[in-house]
Write a protein that binds this ligand. Sequence first.
Ligand SMILES: [Zn+2]
Length: 327
Amino acid sequence: MANNVNPRRNNIQYTRRKPKNRKNNDAPLRILMLILAAAVCCSVVFLVNYLKEDEPVNELPKETDFQQTTGEKDDTQKQTEDEQTTEKPVETTPPEPIYVPEFKADLSEYEMYMNPQGEQRDAYLVLVNIDNPLGSDYVPPDLVNVKSTRKDGRATQKLREYAAKALEALMLEAEACGVIKKNTPSGYPLSVMSAYRSYDYQRYLFYDVYLVQEMNRGLSREAAEKKVATYSNRPGTSEHQSGLCVDMHTLPSAGQAFKNEAEAKWLAENCYKFGFILRYPEDKIEQTKGIMYEPWHFRYVGRYHAKKMYDMNMCLEEYTEYLKNNG
Ligand SMILES: [Zn+2]
């Protein structure tokens, strides 16, 4: 049977071998393609590594690795981390903290009057003096009775509402602190002698009372007028017409001797907490246009401004100028 050669079968075997031979012939091409593919792969790997080198993020070790190996971070690394993790804060001016004093008395219901906010904060800064008179027809819009008017038969004094309420708070705290005593030389405790005065009343005081008194002492009209102007304001230039100030003391009548009383010292040191200023300080006579020291005269401006004036040792003339320049 071995000789029974089937030529067709031989053909088939031949045909089957043919692809093997073709495969062998393609080998160099395939090797070349493999080399090319390898080269492309190497290029990609190289490119990826090259790009990674440009990214400092990946150059840094992980935080945990860093702490384990080196402990503290050096400044450069800290800075880099900060740049990555910390957002730059937006630059804004922090709001000014609201100053609230501690009181012995419960004055919570008076807080809005002692320390007015919003539009009311700057509403009581009006400057009244020889250069800044009020009109002869100016009458404050919201006058109310002053509870601490001296009980000696005088008419109940009046102030603008915020000033009157802040003064009530001041008197309550003075009482709580033991400042208000009954055994005073006048027999009267600390109390309000004078508050709002109309234009006409100020004119009466200046010309019909004080001027006449000085002329009766022998001064000429001109000299008398000059002298009266040192302790009383001409009509229109008195702060009392504003309804924002009070004369309060423990003496029979206003006098500089009041400065030696405990009440005067307490008022001078504490009045700003209630929104008041000592309007005519001893060391500001020039700035207040020649008005002498008046330890009994207190002016309401609200706590925000009163504290600033107290802290900066400024009278109202100085402070209004300061606001113009720093406003
Ligand atoms: Zn006064």
